[in-house]
Design a protein around this ligand. Sequence first.
Ligand code: NAI
Length: 326
Amino acid sequence: MADFAIIGAGLAGISLAHKLKLAGHTCSVFEKSRGLGGRLATRRLDAWQADHGAQYFTATSPAFSSEVGRWLDKGWIKPWTVTPWLLTREHLGPSPDQQERFVGIPNMNAMVHGLAAGTQLYMKTRIDRLEADGDQWRLWDEHGEHYGNYDAVILTAPMAQSQALLPTEVINAAMIGSQTMTPTWAMALAFEQPTGIEADVVFVKDGIVSWAARDTAKPGRPQNYETWVLHFSPQWSANHLDASPDLLQQQVLEVLERLAKAALPNIYQSFSHRWLYARAASSEPVHQWHSASGIGLAGDWTQGNRIEDAWTSANSLAAILLKAYA
Ligand code: NAI
């Protein structure tokens, strides 16, 4: 049985820990923030909440679809049945499709919490150095504390952060040198009164904002205020990394006013969040396991940029590790 260290408590890290633990291995998960789930994120405020990271997820592969079935049975997620709308410069209208979409209940990270049960978690622990000790690894955090030794270390953080920890030979073998991730600004608002907007979900094309959704249209959300979440396009976000809350709010209100075709009610509260590493720009698969050094890579960015990709990366690395450490 092997001792694994996993860096990052997002869906990739936690589902990998879950699978390795089921097979009898020991796993410790290190996470720099206070919460589980990474970009599967929900913020709670005064009598309202909003999903400011991933908005929903879909399932395409049979393996992920059956995992989603298990999450449904556990009550961690529910289908989000909506008719999307499309907003372009000239047009606004429904854009119906057959896509099945899912959200966590009552928060986007509910399934990550479910899968993490019984896993050794080190929260608020930022690992900033890996030290080789024979054929094992010792981990050092930013305060000079050390952890381990571990037989293998799995990095799941967005690429730019993982790269800083990786030995050069692993970077070369994984061929990750040229991969980049693009940012996304998110803004969430709670209105004092209903907005009267007909659409619940709006894909925005060719705009500064790329997505607008009524968060209170998702199942299992508190209904005290009508809430909206908007995401800005990767291009605009990259060009306005230091955008002020006022600038963000002004852009958001322009879109919502177009959707409402009327003046909007007063805003009760709002917040913005910058996802510096929101989505991988390329979906070229990354080589996930470097056996000579005992270092693995997982995370959506190793295969694409969706929640399914995060889970698939953990599933495929788990298969490799269970063989390597049988
Ligand atoms: P999906 O298959 O529902 O949508 C993929 C893309 O197709 C959408 O972004 C949208 O541009 C378009 N689309 C889908 N249905 C449409 C409709 N009925 N009418 C018009 N356009 C439609 O979802 P998928 O691929 O599973 O991704 C989930 C969501 O997460 C997507 O919205 C995706 O863009 C978004 N995403 C956002 C990231 C960010 O950083 N903001 C990162 C990764 C994904």
